[in-house]
Structures are given as structure tokens and as C-alpha cells.
Ligand binder design. Structure first.
Ligand code: ATP
Ligand code: MG
Length: 591
């Protein structure tokens, strides 16, 4: 299940074009980022370590690392850890693990391009001092309420702070004392001096530093002030010599500030006392581009809302197989190749839209179909007793591991007088068109004999508890005489003599509504009450040895993975990754 995965991994040649590729190719043509000893394409994936990555992040990872791979550049993994109170080492570890699991690496030529914005805190501080001296930033001492009020609205310009024109020396002194911890949280902020009348709210003297007496997961108690994301991000990009800084659409209105701050830090200013400040950065500067974030139907892709599901115990943790987190879909049975295939198929758009979850499920089916070994599993067992088969006798049956790849060998399992079949494969009174077992009808037991149903047993409550049949001894699959019979139905089965009991978790979509959080609705009201059904099943004997993470196609059922957490050899637990066909819409209508 692992060896022949490579053929679905996207390659440059097979990649369809998109607007980002067009931009990169144009920059390559113009030599925009030609620098000695550096690749001409350097991207980055910049998560905040405040939660687990989800399928939306996977899109960003595939895009950033994928473009770097295709254009022989490199992609940095950078933790945007400027928000001390929400971040944690646990999240750093799982994010690194998820990126690697998807098959990407931030290492190149033995150098790990693994960065933390917090590593730049000293530099960011120094640059902020330079901005103050050059007259591009000032300490504002308005209260947070005053600041909010004076920011204006979309239709109304903001009001300049009375502190806006305080002398740079005074701002610098205050800023140094903010750093030293002299003031409580909220007493002052450092703001960029741009334009309080700008139609773009992000340009109305944005805050670039705030006082935060908080411990940081990497810098401890060293800092009492922390830089804002909008200030930190472009500078981190520039320091790492990122060429194409790709982010989601909601940052489009932040781009003017991204460019403004980098320009201010590049230029040099001569102060009245003759000193020169600035020149912190060099051209060519990174450029920001925006793409549409992934919205997936029947899913939510907001870390905050996912956290709520975990905290309120509506799912069993971040790696619950119903969660759209990378750790969740991995446990569900998704492969890295399936996710990369999905990202390739959905492409990159400039306008927001929704991707149907069937595209994700289809990518998994397409990835697994050629890979997954086949197996028989009876999920809702009903006993079939073959009355004319000798008691105590067993025969060995065989079936191919994969019907299209005979070279992968055969599986073996017993046939005996008592076997398990699916409850669905028997009806006392058949509905129109039903081709499986009912009194008087014949079916083929896959890879074994044809049987004819002779009756059934009921318990006191009237439930069918066993079905009786006779087998046709000369109908065994693969024999010449088997050709003498024509039956219209084939069913799967496992023998009571060697079947392995197993817990099987039938997962379905976590939400019953396509857009769980549309129109401000509480997404928790859209949870699918039937998203998990646990059944006691019987599996063919070979599955007793399944190692956690092994994936099989259960014939007629779907793709199932041995659970990474709970499955043990001899005591397997299987998760349904996806059904064989997309029957969601049809099934919903039946309900
Ligand atoms: P959330 O809104 O769920 O908290 P985020 O954007 O705040 O997500 P970050 O850790 O900042 O989370 O995200 C890291 C990168 O992943 C960013 O560049 C962000 O644009 C990208 N990203 C996040 N969600 C999606 C999504 N749904 N589709 C595509 N890219 C995404
Ligand atoms: Mg973010």
C-alpha cells in the first residue's frame, strides 16, 4: 500500500497553469529576483502556531511548497508567533509533522529553512526605532476607546491623534520604556504615521506594537511589547528574501501597508543631526499575492470553530476522523497523495467560491483504487447456514489481492457450513428488482459456491436471526461446471470458522448542511447526528495482522483504514475513509 504511491504526485509538467504561475514565469523572464547564490523563487508557508492545521492550510502548503518545487526554488516554514497568549509548542510540533506528512520539506541542501517570527524580535524592534527617528512612527497615548472612535468609518475619515506630532525623541523614549515594562497593557501603542483620511482603513496609522505583559512560548518573559502581525509579516518575508508572498484574499487590503512598510525600511533618511537612519532592507522586495481560500462544503475551515468543537467535546479531539484537520483526515484514511491530488484538481482562484466535498472524496477514491488491497468484511452480520454442507468441513478459497494486478498475489480464507453475510443481502419478501438472497432464490457467494435459499429462522420478536440455504457442489468459482449456472446476484461473506471480529467505525460527514456556518448561523446546529456509527463486524482472516494505518478496500463497501490510535494486531479497529461511490445525495433523500 505504500510502494507505488509516487505516480499520482504532481509534477511540473502535469501542472495546469494559474495566475500565480503566470506571475512567477514573468518574474523569471525579467530576472526580477536574480540574486547571487539564491533561487529566483522563494515562497513560505506562515502558520500561526495556535491550532492544528486543516484542509484549507493543506491547500496553502501544496501551493507554496508546490510552486517552489516546480520552479526549483525553496519554501520556508515560518511560524508567525507574534501573539504570545494563544501560541504553544504543541502546535509548532503538529504543524511541522503535518507539513512533512504531506510530503514537503523546508530543508534544502542540508539547510533547514525553518523560521520563527519571534527570532526577528530584536531586528523588528531596531527597525521600529529607526521608523520613529525618521518620523514614520509615533507613540500614541490615547485610550483604546479613543483610538477606536478616532479611526473613523468606511464613509468617514479618521481623526488624527493629539500625540501624532509629538517629537520623535519623545516617542523613542516612550517606546524604549514600553519595552522596559514601565507601563501597563494598553497604556501606549506604536503606530505607523501614514494617513488618517485614507479610504483604506488599514492605512489609517495602523498599530505596529502593543504592550503585552505576557510570556511567549519561545522568548519567555524577555519582551513586554509585541509587534503586530501586519508589521511582522512583510519584514519577515523581506529578511528571508521571500520573492512571492502568497496569502488569502482577506489580506488584499493589507497589501498597501505591506508595500509601505518595506519601502520605508529600504529608504535612508538623513536626520537633522546629520545621522542617517533606514536602509534596513534591500531591493528587490517581496511582493504579496492573494488567492481565494478554500471553502469546502459540509466542512468548516476556521481554527477557532474547530477549537470550539474540540473544547465542547462534540468530536473526540483534534484527530477525530470526522475533523477536517490534517491529523483528523489522516486518521480517517486520507493519504498525502489524495490531498495533493485534490489541491491540484481544485487549482487556484482569485475569487472566493465553494468546493464540493465530493471532489475531496473522489480524489481519495482515485488514489486508493489502484493501491488498496481488497478484502471481504461483513459489517452488519447475519448467519447463513448451508445445511447440505458437511459439518466440520472447511475448504480454502482464494481471491486476488487486487483484481487488476495479479502480480500482487492472492488472499486465502475458509469456506464452511456457517458463514456471515450482510443483513442487507437477505430479504424475506424481496422488493422489485432485488437480486440477492430470498427464499427460493440463488446467489453466488463470491469466490465460492452458488447457494439457494431454503428458509430462515426468527427470534421471538420476529427478527431474522439466521438464513438457511443449500449449496450446489459443482458450482465452485473457477471450475468448469460452474459455467452451467446463471445467477443474477453475487454477495460477499466470511466464514465463521476464521473470520476476525472487529470494531468498525462508519464515519460520515460531520455536518448535515452544505454550508454549516452560512448566514451567521451557529454551525453547531448543522452537525450531522449520524456522523459516526460503530458496528461489530467480521473481517476475512488476513486482516487480523493489519498494522495501524493500513488501508483496504472492503469489497462492495468502501475504503477502510486500520485506526492509527486504537487498532491493534489481532484486535483490529477500522475506520471508513470513504464509500465506494458518492451516494450522499441519494441517501439523504431516503431518510
Ligand atoms: P484560521 O482562519 O482557520 O484561523 P488562519 O489563516 O488564521 O486560519 P494561519 O495559521 O494564519 O491560519 O494560516 C497559515 C496560512 O494558511 C496563511 O497563509 C493562510 O492564508 C492559509 N490558510 C488558512 N486557511 C486557509 C484556507 N481555508 N484556504 C487556503 N489557505 C488558508
Ligand atoms: Mg492567520
Amino acid at each position: 500500500m505504500s510502494a507505488d504511491n509516487k505516480n499520482t504526485t504532481p509534477t511540473a509538467a502535469s501542472q495546469p497553469s494559474n495566475f500565480l504561475r503566470t506571475i512567477i514565469e514573468s518574474d523569471l523572464g525579467k530576472g526580477t529576483y536574480q540574486r547571487a547564490g539564491m533561487p529566483s523563487v522563494i515562497t513560505r508557508f506562515p502558520p500561526e502556531p495556535n491550532g492544528y492545521l486543516h484542509i484549507g492550510h493543506a491547500k496553502s502548503i501544496c501551493l507554496n511548497f508546490g510552486l517552489a518545487e516546480d520552479y526549483k526554488g525553496r519554501c520556508h516554514l515560518r511560524f508567525d508567533d507574534t501573539n504570545p497568549t494563544k501560541e504553544d509548542q504543541e502546535f509548532v510540533d503538529t504543524i511541522k509533522d503535518s507539513v512533512q506528512w504531506l510530503g514537503f520539506s523546508w530543508e534544502q541542501g542540508g539547510v533547514p529553512y525553518l523560521h520563527f517570527a519571534s527570532d526577528y524580535f530584536d531586528t523588528l524592534y531596531e527597525m521600529a526605532c529607526g521608523l520613529i527617528e525618521a518620523g514614520h512612527a509615533y507613540v500614541d497615548s490615547q485610550s483604546p476607546e479613543e483610538m477606536a472612535k478616532n479611526r473613523g468609518t468606511f464613509n468617514q475619515p479618521g481623526v488624527e491623534s493629539p500625540y501624532r506630532n509629538r517629537p520623535p525623541a519623545e516617542s523613542l523614549d516612550l517606546f524604549q520604556r514600553m519595552k522596559a515594562g514601565e507601563f501597563p497593557d494598553g497604556a501606549h501603542v506604536l503606530r505607523a504615521k501614514i494617513d488618517m483620511a485614507s479610504p483604506n482603513m488599514n492605512m489609517r496609522d495602523p498599530v505596529i506594537y502593543r504592550i503585552r505583559h505576557a510570556s511567549h512560548h519561545r522568548t519567555g518573559d524577555k519582551w513586554n511589547i509585541y509587534p503586530m502581525y501586519d508589521y511582522t509579516h512583510p519584514i519577515s518575508d523581506a529578511l528571508e528574501k521571500i520573492t512571492h508572498s502568497i496569502c488569502t484574499l482577506e489580506f488584499q487590503d493589507h497589501r498597501p501597508f505591506y508595500d509601505w512598510i518595506l519601502e520605508r525600511l529600504t529608504e535612508k533618511t538623513t536626520l537633522p543631526d546629520g545621522r542617517e537612519v533606514g536602509g534596513f532592507l534591500e531591493k528587490p522586495l517581496p511582493h504579496q499575492y492573494e488567492f481565494a481560500r478554500l471553502n469546502l462544503t459540509y466542512t468548516i475551515t476556521s481554527k477557532r470553530k474547530l477549537l470550539q468543537l474540540v473544547e465542547e467535546k462534540r468530536v473526540n479531539g483534534w484527530d477525530d476522523p470526522r475533523m477536517p484537520t490534517i491529523v483528523g483526515i489522516r486518521r480517517r484514511g486520507y493519504t498525502p497523495e489524495a490531498i495533493r491530488l485534490f489541491c491540484e484538481r481544485i487549482g487556484v482562484a482569485k475569487a472566493d467560491g465553494w468546493i464540493d466535498i465530493s471532489t475531496l472524496e473522489g480524489s481519495l477514491r482515485d488514489d486508493l483504487d489502484p493501491k488498496a488491497p481488497r478484502a471481504a468484511a461483513v459489517l452488519h452480520p447475519l448467519k447463513l447456514i448451508i445445511d447440505n454442507y458437511p459439518e466440520g468441513q472447511v475448504e480454502t478459497c482464494t481471491a486476488p489481492v487486487h483484481p487488476h494486478y495479479p502480480e500482487r498475489g492472492e488472499r486465502q480464507f475458509n469456506f464452511s457450513r456457517e458463514i456471515w453475510i450482510e443483513q442487507d443481502d437477505f430479504m424475506v419478501e424481496p422488493v422489485k428488482g432485488y437480486r440477492r438472497l430470498y427464499p427460493g432464490n440463488r446467489v453466488r457467494l463470491r469466490c465460492a459456491y452458488i447457494v439457494e435459499c431454503t428458509g430462515f429462522d426468527r427470534d421471538a420478536a420476529g427478527n431474522v436471526i439466521a438464513v438457511h440455504a443449500n449449496y450446489l457442489p459443482d458450482s465452485r468459482s473457477g471450475t468448469e461446471t460452474s459455467q452451467n449456472y446463471k445467477v443474477r446476484g453475487t454477495i460477499h461473506w466470511v466464514s465463521t470458522s476464521d473470520a476476525v471480529p472487529a470494531e468498525v467505525r462508519l464515519y460520515d460527514r460531520l455536518f448535515a448542511e452544505a454550508m454549516p456556518d452560512a448566514n451567521g448561523r451557529d454551525f453547531r446546529d448543522a452537525l450531522n447526528p449520524d456522523s459516526l456509527q460503530v458496528v461489530d463486524a467480521y473481517l476475512e482472516p488476513g486482516l487480523a495482522k493489519a498494522a495501524p494505518g493500513d488501508i483496504f478496500q472492503f469489497e462492495r463497501q468502501g475504503y477502510f483504514v486500520a485506526d492509527l490510535v486504537d487498532s491493534q494486531p489481532g484486535k483490529p479497529v477500522f475506520n471508513r475513509a470513504v464509500t465506494l461511490r458518492d451516494s450522499w445525495v441519494k441517501d439523504q433523500k431516503k431518510k
